[in-house]
Ligand binder design. Structure first.
Ligand code: KMH
Ligand code: ZN
Length: 259
């Protein structure tokens, strides 16, 4: 996924702050309201450098109105301190994966003490977490955290489905996950790989939202590499239009999320 991708794998990957700013603008024009952000260094390698996040965030803010959501997952194996540090920039949102999960031949490690540190800092800095759910136990863990840490914010979840070794990208998986959420929650779904359109359609038809992008989707057809994030957003926006669902502008998304 995202941080692990290189420009060799995916020529459309935005790397510099300028490219990220252009990309965010194009995504907003295509219908996106939230921009999930990973950053890379001058060699195109994933980094959790605060300076790189600051440069990207400032460039994106100058070109678009999207809600910028920092990753706290980074790349598999990133040190805890590196994952926590960019929160000091106070993004509007950040991801919070509420458990560990198999991730291809790796393990994406999120032990409870790290989750608590990330969550506590988000609450202190008024950053809205997006609970990033790769497995059903992560929904339960998110509820426990919310209650035990005395949190009081809108609860938004993203189901990331189809990571090799984790929950499959099926309609029944989405249905079960959403049945576990609190009544006032909002949710989105992300299908990894070729399932992305089917996952998007099922989410749209059932009151959910959609996350998509080059982090999650490499091919848009047999042998056809996705050209840009905006291309993927446009495909999802088309599905929303055909199902009679409107596209939230960034200010509408902020209102829904209580930002
Ligand atoms: N790259 C994964 C290890 C996130 O951005 O918060 C973590 C990930 C989740 O993609
Ligand atoms: Zn990510």
């Amino acid at each position: 996924m995202g941080a692990e991708l290189t420009v060799e794998d995916q020529p459309g990957l935005p790397v510099t702050p300028e490219a990220l700013a252009r990309d965010a603008r194009e995504c907003q024009d295509a219908g996106a309201s939230i921009y999930h952000l990973h950053v890379r260094n001058g060699r195109g390698e994933p980094t959790m450098s605060i300076e790189a996040f600051a440069a990207a965030r400032d460039a994106i803010a100058a070109s678009s109105d999207v809600v910028v959501q920092f990753t706290t997952g980074g790349a598999v194996g990133d040190a805890d301190e590196a994952r926590i540090a960019p929160l000091e920039l106070r993004p509007e949102m950040a991801t919070l994966t509420t458990g560990s999960v198999n991730f291809g031949s790796d393990v994406f490690l999120n032990p409870r003490p790290l989750i608590e540190r990330l969550y506590t800092r988000m609450l202190e800095l008024d950053i809205l977490p997006e609970y990033e759910i790769f497995e059903v136990g992560m929904v339960t863990a998110a509820s426990t955290l919310y209650e035990e840490l005395g949190a009081d914010h809108h609860r938004h979840y993203d189901f990331v489905l189809g990571v090799p070794g984790a929950m499959p990208a099926g309609r029944d998986a989405i249905d079960f996950l959403r049945s576990q959420l609190p009544d006032d929650a909002t949710w989105s779904a992300t299908g990894i790989g070729r399932a992305f359109l089917d996952v998007a359609a099922h989410a749209i038809e059932n009151g959910g939202h959609v996350r998509t992008g080059l982090e999650d989707v490499r091919y848009v057809g047999p042998g056809e590499i996705a050209s840009s994030n905006a291309e993927l957003v446009a495909r999802v926006a088309d599905i929303a239009r055909t199902r009679g669902r409107g596209l939230a502008r960034p200010d509408e998304a902020r209102a829904m999320l209580g930002l």
